[in-house]
Structure formats: C-alpha cells, structure tokens
Design a protein around this ligand. Structure first.
Ligand code: SAM
Length: 405
C-alpha cells in the first residue's frame, strides 16, 4: 500500500533511470511505478539519490535531498545561490549540459512526436550568457525569486548574465535604497543590447533608466542589437531574444539549412522583425504581424533600414490570418509566446495556400501540441531543438512543415 496523497512525503532511495522533459529525473519504485524527481542542480542518469516523494494515484513526484553517487562529469556550480534561486537549474551539469538537455528533448519528442525520429540538436556554446534578467524588489531587498516561491533571494551578481548586467545589480539596489528610483515593490528588468555593454533598468510599467557612471538617467530611446551587418532596434521593455547573438546564429544555422525562400514570408508574432531580418532577403515580399504597436513601429523602421521593406501590421495574429493565406511559394513563420498557437489559428491555417510553414516554440509541450493540431493539413518535415536558454532545462523547438498532399 502507498501512503495516501494527503501524506506529506516518504523517503525514497534509488537510481535515476533517465532524464525526462522538464529537467526531471525518472526513478522507479520497487513495483515499477514511475517517480519524477526534481533537483536544484542537475541530475545525471545513473546517479543514486535520496529523495522525498509524494505519491499520486499512479506515480510519485519528489525532490532530491541528497546524492549517494555522483556522475564524474558533475561540476562545481559557478553561482553562489544556484541551489535556492528559481532561475537556473543546471549549474552543476558543467560540460555535460548539452548532452543532458538533448536527453530531455529526446524524451519529449519520442513520446509526443514518435514518428519523427530524426531531429537536429544545437547545444549552446559554453560562453553564452543572458542579455536580460528579471529581478524583484520588495521595498527592502533586491533579488531573484526563490525556486517555487515568491520569497526573494538577495543577489549581488548573476553569473548567468553578461558581465555588464551582473555588475549593474548592486547599482540598481543602491539606487532603490537611496530612493533615487521608484521604491514601490515591483519587478525590475535589467537589459542590454547586442553586443552587450550599456545597461537599462526597466520598471514594471515600462519606464526605463540608463546606467551612466554617475547613476541612473531616465531613458526613452531604443535598445540596439547588431547581428553582423544587420541592426534591430526595440523599445527597452519589449520582447527580444534572451541570448540574442547566439539566437541569431543558431536560428541562422537551422533555417538557412532548410533553404527557405520564395514569394512572401509571413512573419506572424514578428516582434521587431528578428526573423524577417534573418530570412527576409530570401523572399520577394515580407509581411509581419504583431500585436504590440511599438514593436510594429520598430519592425517597420528596422526592415526599411536593412533594405527589406515589409508590410508591418498591428493585429492579433489569429484574428488577422485570412482564409487561404498566401500562395504557392510562400512561407508562413509562426513564433507565438509560451502558450503556443490558439486552436482557431491552427484551424485557419489548414486551408492556407502557402507551401511551407515554420513553427517556433519556447515551450516544448505547447510546441508538440501545436504540431498535432496542424497535422491534418501540414506534415512535419524537419525538426530541431536549439539550446537558447543555457543553464536552464528550457529549449527552443523549431519545425518545418510541408503541405499534406
Ligand atoms: C516569442 S515572441 C517572438 C517575437 C519575434 N519573432 C522575435 O523572435 O523577436 C512573441 C511575440 O508575439 C507577440 N504576440 C503575443 N501575442 C500575440 C498575438 N495574439 N498576436 C500577435 N502578436 C502577439 C508578442 O508581443 C511578441 O512580440
């Protein structure tokens, strides 16, 4: 008999059989029931651990308390608060980080997309760091949220971020404590451009300050990102890739490998034009749809400055997509937020006349769900997973679809 779900937890000791999607390790009870285990600092298959487990109807869920055996590849964490901070969960993966993440993606794809046995994996180079971090200020302390909690873990550095952002954390805290910036409890974002250097602090409502040697100054200008010859500008509080230079390179490798080209590129959920900039020169026309008005304004300017004039439309992507979208030779690229595509958009795309569709998703589970929703009319032809979020278990998934004939 297993303890009832109301029971707080029971100790379990055993081997991590394999890694599964979500950064979890899979263990088994003596009678073969699955146990999903979370650990703050990465798990390696084959390690033996002690954990506290809660039993559900058919499986257990728990957290690792102690390692009995450790994989020889486990490395010392580069972050003093890695064990409690809710930000990164793979610090101790060391040089095996890419391999561990590939195993997690393999688990997801083999269960959700079993017919697609071949897929491409792009691990992140070790030096890749974040260009954006989200901090929380409760009126007295600045830091990150503790794992699975709203409590604040005070921090003075963040080794997951580029040096200029990490170095700006104490400057932000000083200014908040000295009441030189709004002191109400709220979320603060620190962001930098590409290449990294200058630092912006963005309050929850979007008000922005720029860091100078003498302190923070109100800022209403854009943040700039250079990718080789291309330059994209954005409003400081708007969306941009978290590790932009690596994202540009990684998407470039995958999408150029798929040799996308033709008549019109429909860049849906287009932001300030990241994908139109990357691929636009391969198409005769470009049409970008995005519901954030300032982003659309920047997209228009960005693409014009790159000699890639585009129709840039402020609209909800699902509402905008017309019946029979596009023509033969066109590509529809969709890069929705984490929740993925609305079902009505998948439905509407069934009768599109374009002959290629590309789906980008930063949440693997929603991505796989959308691949299935698109399936009646669209066949998944190529699949890739890109490690755009190093030090965490998150990955970006990308699929290329052709029309089912
Ligand atoms: C994951 S971001 C991708 C942005 C862009 N493709 C890039 O790579 O920089 C998703 C974008 O979709 C926009 N968005 C969210 N919901 C939307 C909707 N219903 N219709 C249109 N755009 C939306 C967001 O403002 C954001 O810019």
């Amino acid at each position: 008999m297993y303890p009832s779900p109301a029971h707080p937890s029971v100790p379990w000791r055993g081997k991590i059989e394999r890694l599964v999607w979500g950064g979890l390790g899979l263990g088994r009870s003596e009678d073969g029931k699955a146990i999903l285990l979370a650990a703050p600092l990465a798990l390696f298959p084959g390690e033996t651990v002690e954990a506290s487990v809660h039993w559900k109807a058919r499986h257990g869920e728990g957290t690792v308390d102690r390692w009995i055996t450790r994989d020889a590849r486990r490395a010392k964490s580069g972050c003093a608060v890695a064990e409690i901070c809710g930000g990164c969960d793979l610090w101790e993966a060391g040089t095996a980080m890419g391999d561990l993440k590939r195993l997690m993606v393999e688990d997801l794809f083999s269960r959700q997309l079993p017919e697609k046995e071949q897929w491409q994996w792009l691990p992140a180079p070790r030096e890749v760091r974040r260009h954006r971090i989200q901090l929380h200020w409760d009126g007295r302390t600045l830091g990150f949220h503790r794992r699975k909690s709203h409590q604040i873990v005070p921090v003075t550095t963040c080794p997951a971020a580029v040096d200029s952002l990490s170095g700006a954390i104490p400057r932000l805290e000083e200014a908040l404590k000295a009441r030189l910036l709004p002191t109400k409890p709220q979320r603060w974002e620190l962001a930098t451009g590409t290449p990294p250097g200058e630092v912006y602090a963005i309050a929850e409502q979007g008000r922005t300050w720029f860091l100078e040697p003498d302190g923070w100054h109100a800022w209403e200008g854009p943040v700039s990102h250079r990718h080789g010859e291309l330059r994209l500008q954005q409003s400081a509080g708007g969306f941009y890739q978290v590790c932009p230079d690596w994202a540009f390179e990684a998407f470039g490798q995958v999408l150029e490998g798929w040799d996308l080209r033709g008549g019109t590129l429909f860049d849906l959920y287009g932001g300030v034009g990241f994908f139109s900039a990357l691929l636009g020169h391969r198409f005769q026309h470009r049409c970008l749809v995005e519901f954030d008005e300032p982003a659309v304004g920047w997209a228009r300017k960005n693409l014009e400055a790159m000699q890639l004039p585009s129709e840039c439309i402020t609209a909800d992507a699902a509402e905008w997509v017309p019946e029979h979208l596009g023509h033969s030779g066109d590509t529809v690229l969709l890069d929705p937020p984490r929740a993925g595509l609305p079902p009505e958009l998948c439905e509407r795309l069934q009768d599109s006349n374009a002959d290629t569709l590309v789906l980008v998703g930063c949440d693997g589970a929603s991505f796989c769900r959308d691949v299935k929703r698109l399936a009646p009319g669209w066949e998944l032809a190529s699949l890739a997973a890109l490690d755009l979020f190093p030090l965490t278990h998150h990955v970006e998934c990308v699929g290329r679809f052709t029309r089912c004939r």
